[in-house]
Design a protein around this ligand. Structure first.
Ligand code: IPE
Ligand code: IPE
Ligand code: MG
Length: 249
């Protein structure tokens, strides 16, 4: 967006940016609820679609930033099972945006070592989008630098139900916590150490309910389209100051 737009964004904020301490551990998995695209647009008297378009630019920046900070796994919540309730034209705009994002931006990520995984059931998405996603997942399968999970038509409750159905099919009648974890979309990945939500809402919105049992939460008022590499660094630095006890002393 324009400098003018950024100026307005800045007036709404009073954040202090802090740096990563390289002597301390960084999160192995960061999950982000990318929220606030609509409000970003509304503040600028623009259609919601402009907010989503700007939000897609933020996705690009944040993937690159996560890679530069050596974060092994990044999960982005892009479309929830509840987002179908939005007007059909907004839903199809989001699909088009996703298609363009994967088609235009992803090659650069693949070349840079990013591996794509989808969390969620994309079978009801437009066929050409499904093809594009599946092609990219395959093409990036051997990459090892950053595991990028995009949550698409994702709902944590649906994921947990699916896991129980898969366990039943596998004959597991007395499941352990490890069994459940093994049947989730994130089966071979560490649970998120850090969960970030932008735009100030203090809720989880059906995201990774099982996996975030002990995640550190970081909620910022910054709207997703305004979220920068410096904001991500600040979130990581806050995480580094937290004392995680996991129920102990
Ligand atoms: C997040 O921004 C993007 C999606 C959920 C797809 P929103 O569209 O939810 O933006 P707000 O919450 O209306 O500001
Ligand atoms: C959560 O944002 C879903 C995504 C970011 C994809 P929403 O904007 O849909 O969440 P609610 O409706 O405010 O809970
Ligand atoms: Mg929202």
């Amino acid at each position: 967006m324009s400098d003018f737009g950024n100026l307005i964004g800045l007036f709404g904020l009073s954040i202090i940016l802090i740096k990563i301490d390289h002597s301390l551990p960084i999160p192995k998995h960061i999950a982000i609820i990318m929220d606030g695209n609509g409000r970003w647009a509304k503040k600028r008297f623009l259609p919601r679609s402009s907010g989503h378009r700007q939000g897609a630019k933020t996705v690009k920046e944040i993937v690159k930033a996560a890679k530069s900070f050596n974060i092994p796994v990044l999960t982005l919540y892009a479309f929830s099972t509840e987002n179908w309730k939005r007007p059909p034209d907004e839903v199809s705009f989001l699909f088009d945006l996703l298609f363009n994002f994967i088609e235009k931006s992803f090659q650069e990520f693949i070349d840079g070592g990013v591996r794509l995984r989808v969390l969620g059931d994309i079978s009801k998405f437009p066929p050409r989008l499904i093809n594009e996603i599946e092609r990219t997942v395959k093409e990036s399968a051997a990459n090892k630098d950053l595991q990028l999970n995009i949550a698409l038509n994702y709902g944590a409750r649906q994921e947990i139900i699916l896991a129980f159905k898969k366990m039943a099919a596998a004959g597991i009648t007395d499941p352990t916590q490890e069994d459940v974890s093994k049947f989730l979309y994130t089966h071979d990945q560490p649970d998120p150490d850090l969960l970030i939500r932008t735009s100030g809402e203090r809720r989880i919105s059906n995201f990774l309910l099982w996996q975030i049992a002990y995640s550190e939460l970081y909620i910022t008022d910054v709207l997703w389209p305004d979220f920068t590499k410096a904001d991500l660094e600040t979130a990581i630095a806050h995480f580094q100051k937290r004392q995680r006890r996991f129920g102990g002393l």
